[in-house]
Design a protein around this ligand. Structure first.
Ligand SMILES: Nc1nc2c(c(=O)[nH]1)N[C@H]1C(S)=C(S)[C@@H](COP(=O)(O)OP(=O)(O)OC[C@H]3O[C@@H](n4cnc5c(=O)[nH]c(N)nc54)[C@H](O)[C@@H]3O)O[C@H]1N2
Ligand SMILES: Nc1nc2c(c(=O)[nH]1)N[C@H]1C(S)=C(S)[C@@H](COP(=O)(O)OP(=O)(O)OC[C@H]3O[C@@H](n4cnc5c(=O)[nH]c(N)nc54)[C@H](O)[C@@H]3O)O[C@H]1N2
Ligand SMILES: [Mo]
Length: 797
């Protein structure tokens, strides 16, 4: 989130919710504050969602677009805004780059064209554009309806572009408020529990590895020897594996640091790791994956569950480090090689998390780990010991900056405080500097002193600091940044411009903010570049001492000495620069967002007009199909119905946690799909009948049909939080004794269609096609409620 929930409630006059359902997914976060904004500011709420959700029920204006047409929809709104001259011309001139390219693309998206592609009537488009342009400040809220698409990364760009055009960025009540998922999703993203970056978004370049090795107190040259290398020419020694697409030979040759190196390559993603086992598409690795280690994801929550099932049966070994019996353990029929390590829950652990608005929060242990379970960190420590790198693993926790130099300062560490402090020390790139264990504990002890509307500490030992120091909090003296890119406040109160991350100029145009865009209180007028060792003297107009020159790091984000941050603070200058927000991402396949039909689209005519991307020879570690899958045939002839997933309030993620609760299970005692009665009855499926849902991949699931008016007759919608039944087969007998949850069921992800975003490789969960048919009742029990025969008494979701 660029802003925060309290700010929405206090200041937003317009809330545009597109592709999120906070009434169900975040009732006490997103929805409570949306309703407060209605009460307090008479805020207008617009909801754009293919399905009529509980959030849509609260909207002043509801737009029902076809799944996967958000880019078209937003261009349609931009078209109307620009045509009427409703854009914020000053903001665009001073603080953005590339909006002219957006305007050119928007010309195509007349209300009529937009309406044809999206299905939203012309008068509703005009009404929405009118509200957005004249009800300011306005915020845009989104989540998975936007991200889970083959155009997901373009989707996430078109909405900030809309906000730039409206001049809604960097303002109280404005911004882009993307509501994160689990309680610490923002924190785990910051830690980059991902295969394409080191923590804190440092990427995988050698400069990043060097910075980390320094922070860990580990010798870089020794460290890189742990990685295999790849070459164009076959060599002697090692175990070569030839890749047919790039004609490369992969070796595990620890002695050769010269070649293109695995340490700089993206790893496997959660979406397609199973291809590393099955090797059906071109894969890039030195051999097949043999071991799966699962710690903190349900895995049945991932798309292509039938493939995951197949992969699970072929692996040498599966380790699950978990508080529950993760259902990956029972998915395949393997008799051996599954290890379940009991891990303690959140209540048995202590440490800090990062909330959706970038505020950190300390979580205190309620009880010590029960029975033989251990905290996640202890499992990782044991792993590191066994693999012989424990000393290096924990060394960073014993280090500190003394006299502007990073040193080992003690022989042992205190968990979790020293881990928190290590993260603070290393995480300059997004401003974790001020987020020490001491700070989090102090804020936790002073909850009563923070103002919820602004997050500011009103008194005592937290006065002037924002709650949980939302990042960036550059160093211990910085209060944190409740609203990103807000230039109306000085650096010392959390003000900032846009980041200078993409060079000084592009196509001859300066990427720095204009003269008019000066951060309040800054010693520099207008835009300025990010601060580096090389430019600091010139940009800040200072002279470094010889000692400072010797100790300073290469740039603000890689400077352990703290010198760059200190000099910037003195000048009221934000270390990352003051630049233009770019609408053109020149390194992406689509430099400006373009509407492209989903991989499986119900509109064959539009598939020709707005085709998807070319196939990718390499995406993370696998080749990935785009056009060849989309254009193979008119899928909609055989699979005429669009489907998407929805959340339900009582279940989360893979659902194992809640399905082991009798009471939460009772609310959704079985897996179901919402189907419009007109559509269902066309296939002879009555309310509460069982039905088959078939996918273009040849997979199927058997679920209960709920007649519902939240969907239109061309689409169906269902939850994804079930497992334990696969394509009609009951897996009950595979749960270890006493661990079968109260409710089992088919997973939506067995039929999720093939399709991935080219940048993030997220699956196209929210725009697939299917076919339905009536099915017989199951002969086995999927719910404890069957015992009582009270299924129908429970009511619909
Ligand atoms: N079709 C479809 N699929 C989806 C989505 C969708 O909308 N539609 N949404 C996607 C999204 S956004 C997400 S985030 C995922 C969520 O899916 P998952 O990541 O599978 O979510 P959870 O079920 O919460 O999984 C967390 C697992 O961690 C375990 N766990 C809980 N606490 C701890 C702990 O302290 N330590 C350890 N080691 N384990 C713990 C739980 O028992 C559980 O098995 O699903 C994705 N899949
Ligand atoms: N109770 C509960 N709460 C949760 C979770 C949970 O599992 N259960 N999960 C948590 C997690 S991990 C996350 S990531 C969040 C997710 O929070 P949300 O994203 O708000 O949850 P979803 O229900 O997946 O909402 C996606 C919405 O997008 C709509 N949609 C589908 N296709 C499209 C499309 O093409 N365009 C647009 N604009 N909309 C579309 C769907 O109809 C749906 O209403 O929820 C979090 N909170
Ligand atoms: Mo999520």
């Amino acid at each position: 989130m660029t802003n925060h929930f309290g700010d929405m409630a206090a200041n937003s006059k317009c809330i545009f919710i597109i592709g999120a359902n906070p009434a169900v997914a975040n009732p006490v976060g997103g929805m409570k504050h949306t309703l407060q904004a209605k009460d307090r500011n008479n805020a207008k709420v617009i909801v754009a969602d293919p399905n009529f959700t509980k959030s849509a029920a609260h909207a002043d204006l509801y737009l029902r677009q076809r799944s996967g047409t958000d880019i078209a929809l937003v261009y349609g709104l931009i078209h109307i805004i620009l045509k009427n001259g409703w854009e914020d011309k000053e903001f665009i001139k001073n603080r953005t780059y590339g909006i002219d390219e957006i305007a050119k693309e928007a010309e195509h998206w007349t209300p009529e064209v937009t309406s044809d592609v999206t299905g939203v009537p012309v008068d509703k488009l005009i009404e929405a554009a009118n509200i957005l342009a004249h009800t300011k400040p306005g915020t845009v809220v989104w989540a998975l309806g936007i991200t889970q698409h083959s155009v997901g990364s373009s989707n996430t760009r078109i909405l900030p572009i809309l906000q730039l055009i409206l001049g809604n960025m960097g303002k109280p009540g404005g911004g882009c408020n993307i509501i994160r998922g689990h309680d610490n999703v923002q924190g785990s993203t910051d830690m980059c529990n991902l295969s394409d970056s080191l923590p804190m978004y440092y990427g995988l370049t050698d400069a990043a590895w060097k910075y980390y090795c320094q922070g860990w107190g580990v010798d870089y040259d020794e460290f890189v020897k742990r990685f295999a290398v790849s070459t164009k020419e076959p060599k002697q020694g090692g175990t070569p594996v030839k890749n047919t697409v790039f004609e490369e030979y992969y070796y595990h040759d620890p002695k050769n640091p010269e070649d293109r190196n695995w340490r700089n390559e993206k790893g496997w993603s959660l979406s397609k790791w199973w291809q590393g086992v099955l090797k059906e598409e071109n894969t890039f690795s030195s051999g097949a994956l043999r071991v799966l280690w699962v710690q903190g994801t349900g895995l049945t929550s991932m798309a292509h569950l039938a493939k995951i099932q197949e992969a699970a049966s072929k692996l040498d070994m599966i380790v699950v480090a978990e508080p529950f019996v993760n259902e990956i353990s029972i998915l395949s029929d393997r008799k051996d090689g599954v290890y379940i390590l009991p891990v303690a829950t959140a209540f048995e652990n202590e440490g800090h998390l990062n909330a959706t608005n970038r505020s950190g929060q300390w979580r205190t242990k309620v009880v010590d780990p029960l029975y033989e379970s251990k905290g996640d960190h202890e499992v990782m420590f044991a792993f590191a010991k066994k693999f012989g790198f424990y000393d290096e693993y924990v060394k960073g926790m014993k280090m500190a900056v003394v006299d502007r130099e990073l040193k080992q300062v003690k022989d042992d560490f205190v968990w979790p405080d020293d881990a928190t402090n290590e993260i603070a020390r290393v995480g300059n790139s997004i401003g974790y500097g001020g987020r020490t264990a001491e700070m989090f504990r102090r804020h936790q002890a002073n909850w009563d002193k923070f103002d919820p509307d602004t997050l500011i500490g009103l008194g005592g030992e937290v006065k002037g600091e924002y709650y949980g120091k939302p990042w960036p909090a550059w160093d211990e003296k910085h209060p944190g940044t409740p609203i990103l890119y807000d230039m109306s406040k000085p650096y010392a109160e959390g003000g900032s411009g846009f980041r200078n991350r993409f060079g000084l100029e592009h196509n001859g145009v300066s990427q720095l903010a204009s003269e008019e865009a000066t951060l309040v209180g800054s010693a520099i007028k207008g835009g300025y570049p990010q601060i580096t060792k090389d430019n600091i003297e010139k940009v800040l107009g200072i002279t470094l001492t010889e000692e400072e020159k010797a100790k300073i790091g290469p740039s603000w984000s890689m400077d352990y000495s703290g010198i760059i941050l200190e000099k910037c603070r003195e000048k009221g200058v934000v270390p990352y620069g003051n630049a233009r927000a770019r609408a053109i991402v020149w390194e992406f396949l689509d430099p400006i967002p373009k509407h492209r039909e989903p991989i499986h689209s119900p509109r064959w005519d539009l598939v020709q007009k707005y085709p998807t991307f070319d196939d990718q020879a390499r995406n993370f570690r696998v080749s990935t199909k785009f056009k060849s899958e989309q254009q193979a045939k008119d899928w909609s002839k055989e699979f005429p119905i669009v489907f998407s997933t929805q959340r339900v309030v009582n279940l989360s993620g893979a659902g194992m946690i809640e399905r082991t609760s009798k009471y939460l299970s009772a609310i959704t005692p079985e897996m179901f799909a919402n189907v419009h009665p007109e559509l269902a009855l066309k296939y002879g499926i009555k309310d509460r009948d069982m039905m088959w849902i078939h996918s273009p991949q040849g997979t199927k699931i058997k679920v209960r049909c709920y007649h519902s008016y939240m969907v239109t007759p061309d689409r169906i919608c269902m939850p994804y939080n079930f497992a334990g039944v696969m394509q009609g087969v009951d897996l009950s007998a595979r749960y270890p004794e006493g661990t079968k949850p109260y409710v089992i069921g088919e997973s939506f992800n067995t039929v999720t269609n093939y399709g991935f975003d080219p940048v993030t490789q997220i699956s196209e969960f929210n725009a697939g096609l299917c076919r339905i048919e009536k099915a017989e009742e199951n002969t086995f029990k999927t719910s404890f409620y069957h015992e009582y025969g009270e299924r129908d008494a429970l009511g619909k979701e």
